[in-house]
Design a protein around this ligand. Structure first.
Ligand code: GAR
Length: 207
């Protein structure tokens, strides 16, 4: 590494995004960060994308963008704790002096251990496809339909030990239409996810 490179990157706020699948939220964050010049404005950049699945489609996009990627296959670890320990090691490589990395869960479909959550508390975000506290957990869109909801939506929140709870940073609401299937709702909600997740992160970076 050149000396000048070290000087430029010192104190950079690195964002590490964790995915398990398509990574469309991750891609939305990367695109907004570039378009809005987060690096120039706030010395913040998406530095790495980590997936627990080698097949995660989002890894292709991240590599094309020149972002560091890493796969940690949870099935190769003896315990949840061992996986989370390896995950921490991978994330902590992106800490900078005085600037611990921001950890962004974007469709990361693993339950994290309390030890992991407390280690990153305050700099660990999640997006969940419902209007929390309604419908934590899985199958949120079908559950919203089954409950007869007229609106549903998406929540960005700080992660705490309580699954799919934690302080709410942003929400967006979408209508539930009479003929909607769960797939229709998922698509409508996802469009909003791509808007509010980058905004919530930008808000945090400015604090
Ligand atoms: C998104 O809808 C996200 O809200 C959801 O997974 C999808 C990932 O899509 N997350 C959860 O359900 C977490 N409990 P993406 O990989 O295209 O961003």
């Amino acid at each position: 590494m050149e000396v000048v490179d070290v000087i430029i990157k010192a104190g950079m706020k690195n964002i590490v995004i964790l995915i398990s699948g398509g990574g469309s939220n991750m891609a939305a964050i990367v695109k907004v960060a570039r378009r809005e010049g987060w690096q120039e404005k706030w010395r913040a950049r998406v530095a790495a994308v980590i997936s627990n699945k080698a097949s995660a489609g989002g890894l292709v996009f991240a590599r094309e963008q020149g972002i560091a990627t890493e796969v940690l296959d949870h099935k190769t670890f003896a315990s949840r704790e061992a996986f989370d320990e390896a995950l921490s090691t991978a994330i902590d490589r992106f800490d900078e002096p005085g600037q611990p990395a921001l950890v962004v869960l974007a469709g990361f479909m693993r339950i994290l251990t309390p030890g992991f959550v407390s280690r990153y508390e305050g700099r660990l975000l999640n997006i969940h496809p419902s209007l929390l506290p309604a419908f934590p957990g899985l199958h949120t869109h079908q559950r919203a339909l089954d409950a007869g909801c007229k609106v549903t939506g998406v929540t960005v929140h700080q992660v705490t030990a309580d699954l799919d709870h934690g302080p709410i940073l942003a929400q967006a609401v979408v209508p539930v239409l009479a003929a909607d299937t769960a797939a229709d709702l998922a698509a409508r909600v996802l469009t909003q996810e791509h808007l509010i997740y980058p905004r919530a992160i930008a808000d945090l970076l400015q604090k």
